[in-house]
Ligand binder design. Structure first.
Ligand SMILES: NC(=O)c1ccc[n+]([C@@H]2O[C@H](COP(=O)([O-])OP(=O)(O)OC[C@H]3O[C@@H](n4cnc5c(N)ncnc54)[C@H](OP(=O)(O)O)[C@@H]3O)[C@@H](O)[C@H]2O)c1
Length: 445
């Protein structure tokens, strides 16, 4: 591994140098163990501790198949799917690997007694499989997490509609929280040159998801002037949704849970901010019943901030706890666009407010190949910025996942894999200098 790292750290290294580097037989990776998938049975979600389920193991380098690449991972990030995987909720990810493994001889490699997690990476291509011509050893890349087979026509217009659509490093093995990762070459995209490895690794999953959910016509199709209510506006998804709203001429109404998070939204340029803790909303009276008076109180607060207007779009992901309120506060003809259910997936809302006011609920999930590419292009151009707040070592991934699980983080949490320290990997210092305050916005004091 030292030879690989030396080649990456040497700016003179050529593609031929990388092609000549000997691949190790094994590498360090963050894994779950199949024989531990019942370890948290009966424990409340909040008390399930990712530090107990996530292991740092030595894994054999997988065989490279057609259309694939092996990438030396300099940095990765923690996503909420890392949390879901590590607490085995809503289901154990080993079921995904078994199902994928049944598809073909190639995919059988993914069905292992361990699961290497991680749906983001920034690094350097080491090897490419047969049929890969667009990438070569030595290319500096980031990877998005859409894994598709594309053998069915269903996904030919929108690759997210492929019947074999999976999220790499969540529903497939050999993810990015490791020193080496296995990806399909179509996941690869150029690394934004003005960013460090850990900054470049952090937007991937959430940035692409927010792009489809809010900007793409496959999602809410946001336009100039729209009022956009953004739940968790300083979190992983929300920190990108807020930037997209501002960059696209819309008005974000940011919901957060602390003055520190409100300050970050303000720093991004948002003016309408609601601290849900300070306001003390109680959308649910008890386990079964919601309180429409609280929806109204929330709606009144939004109108106070918008000069009397309602929201055109609600950027939804908390799910059960907020969904009734989200449907209620959306303007007539508006859109609730949802990609998740962090607080519970059995949603309840008053349908009269939906149909009588001709509102739409749109489901959105990650992003297709093209959307992921466009989202990365905006990062590379310095129009949308990473929201990295803190970086951990690979060995500390369990702690990083616990912080995200307990909502103690801001924006995105990074993980150094091969990179020996933060701050490496910038090859366009001029562009970086231009955007430095925005790049560091989530870093805190
Ligand atoms: N479908 C997809 O492709 C996709 C992609 C990415 C993420 N996701 C899912 O989306 C969800 C959020 O992901 P993320 O990366 O943004 O996570 P995150 O970084 O934890 O941010 C989510 C934010 O939502 C807010 N929130 C959490 N629970 C809430 C509740 N009960 N009521 C109101 N607000 C709440 C919190 O902000 P405040 O405390 O400041 O309000 C939190 O910081 C996760 O469930 C994740 O699995 C789905």
């Amino acid at each position: 591994m030292k030879e690989i790292l030396d080649a990456i750290l040497n700016p003179e290294s050529t593609s031929a140098d990388f092609a000549a580097v000997k691949l190790p037989e094994s590498y360090r990776a963050i894994t779950l163990h199949k024989d531990e998938q019942e370890m948290f049975a009966g424990i409340p979600s909040r008390d399930k501790d990712p530090r107990k389920s996530l292991h740092l193991d030595e894994i054999a380098v997988p065989q490279l198949g057609p259309g694939e690449a092996l990438v030396a991972v300099m940095a990765s990030s923690v996503n909420y799917n890392t949390v879901w995987s590590s607490i085995f909720e809503p289901v154990s990810t080993f079921g995904f690997l078994e199902r994928y493994g049944r598809l073909s001889a190639e995919t059988a490699r993914h069905d292992q007694p361990f699961h290497v997690l991680g749906s983001d990476l920034a690094g350097v291509v080491l090897r490419t499989g047969p049929g890969v011509h667009a990438w070569k050893p030595g290319d500096q890349v980031v990877a998005h997490c859409l894994s598709v087979e594309l053998e069915s026509a269903d996904g030919h217009n929108d690759t997210m509609l492929d019947p074999e659509q999976r999220i790499w490093g969540f529903e497939t093995n050999y993810g990015g929280l490791a020193e080496i990762a296995l990806v399909k070459s179509n996941q690869l995209m150029p690394k934004p040159k003005h960013l460090t490895w850990e900054e470049a690794a952090s937007p991937g999953l959430v940035n692409s998801t927010a792009y489809r959910q809010l900007v793409s016509r496959n999602g809410a199709g946001m336009k100039q002037g729209d009022n956009v209510l953004i739940w968790g506006a300083s979190g992983g998804l929300g920190s990108y949704a807020t930037q997209y709203a501002l960059a696209g001429g819309a008005t974000p109404i940011c919901v957060v849970s602390s003055p520190e998070k409100a300050k970050i939204c303000q720093d991004m340029g948002a003016e309408a901010i609601i601290d849900r803790n300070a306001e003390g909303y109680r959308f649910w009276k008890d386990e079964q019943n919601q309180d429409p008076r609280e929806w109204k109180r929330f709606g009144a607060k939004i109108r106070e901030l918008t000069g009397g207007e309602d929201v055109d779009i609600v950027f939804e992901h908390p799910g059960r706890e907020t969904f009734g309120a989200s449907v209620y506060v959306t303007r007539k003809g508006g859109t609730v666009v949802t990609c998740a259910s962090t607080s519970g997936y059995m949603h309840q809302y008053d349908n009269r407010y939906l149909w009588m006011s001709l509102k739409r609920i749109v489901g959105s999930h990650f992003a297709n190949y093209r959307e992921a590419w466009e989202a990365n292009r905006l990062i590379a151009k310095g129009k949308i910025h990473p929201t990295l707040s803190k970086t951990y070592t690979l060995a500390e991934t369990g702690q990083a996942a616990l912080d995200v699980h307990h909502n103690k983080h801001q924006g995105k949490v990074g993980v150094l894999c091969l990179s020996p320290e933060e701050g490496l990997g910038v090859t366009d210092p001029e562009l970086r200098a231009k955007h430095l305050p925005a790049i560091n916005r989530f870093r805190g004091e």
